[in-house]
Design a protein around this ligand. Structure first.
Ligand code: DC
Length: 230
């Protein structure tokens, strides 16, 4: 695999994009970037610094906050996972909870936030071949990605999977709350004015509502093989 072989994975919340992306990265020696984690880290910073209070953004503080925030991924050699650092603090344990999830769509609609994160994402893509998951990777971040996938599944099955994940981690959540959060995020993601969630024309659609992980992996592996052989 030569340089500039980037894979863009977009799609709805909680449809397994990160599982797919991690497995591709491991198998093909690419760098995995979870762009949702970046939007979550900015949201956490905004919540901690009162840039967002009761879901209302203080527009005057946005630029100053973005200038005083550093966002990096660091690879944890022990867990073999890439972890999100906000101003040198490992924030992995704080960014996935329901509170950040409740606020992140609002933060992801802010143009200044998107401009900053897209710039960082493109810079990372210059260093190494990446497999990046998010909402606007195939349409905005890497419009020339070698392979673009658009992943989806029914909202109910996504809520079921996400609920199980959160409960396994010790979070006390109900299926109804998780489903409501997923529906709300879908609505925000697809209806926002700036960089909404859209399938790129040349992205391949995969609906995994009734697809096993094994069959999905096989399908994607064949797609990558076909691209590599060109
Ligand atoms: O993938 P995730 O659920 O962790 O993403 C969190 C939120 O960030 C999601 O509601 C949409 C937003 N997001 C985005 O707008 N653009 C991206 N490239 C990635 C995530």
């Amino acid at each position: 695999m030569g340089l500039n072989f980037n894979i863009a994975i977009d799609g709805h919340s909680s449809c397994g994009k990160s599982t797919i992306a991690k497995s591709i990265a491991e198998q093909y020696g690419m760098r995995y970037i979870d762009t949702g984690a970046m939007y979550r880290a900015v949201t956490l910073f905004f919540m901690r610094n009162d840039v967002i209070i009761n879901k209302v953004i203080n527009n005057n503080d946005i630029l100053f906050s973005l200038q005083n925030m550093s966002i990096d991924f660091k690879f944890n050699l022990e867990t073999k996972k890439s972890e999100m650092f906000l101003n040198n603090e490992n924030v992995e344990d704080f960014i996935r909870g329901i509170e950040v999830s409740e606020n992140v769509s609002i933060v992801a609609q802010i143009k200044e936030v998107r401009d900053k994160l897209i710039g960082l994402q493109r810079d990372i893509g210059k260093e190494k071949n990446v497999v990046m998951d998010g909402r606007d990777i195939g349409t905005k971040v890497f419009p020339n990605a070698k392979l673009k996938l658009f992943i989806t599944a029914s909202a109910e099955i996504r809520a079921e999977r996400r609920c199980k994940e959160l409960i396994d981690k010790g979070d006390n959540v109900s299926f109804e709350d998780v489903l409501a959060n997923i529906n709300k995020r879908d609505k925000h993601d697809t209806n926002r004015v700036i960089n909404p969630l859209l399938k790129a024309d040349d992205a391949i659609l995969i609906d995994n509502t009734e697809l096993s992980i094994k069959d999905q992996n096989l399908l994607i592996h064949n797609l990558i093989k076909a691209k590599l052989s060109k």
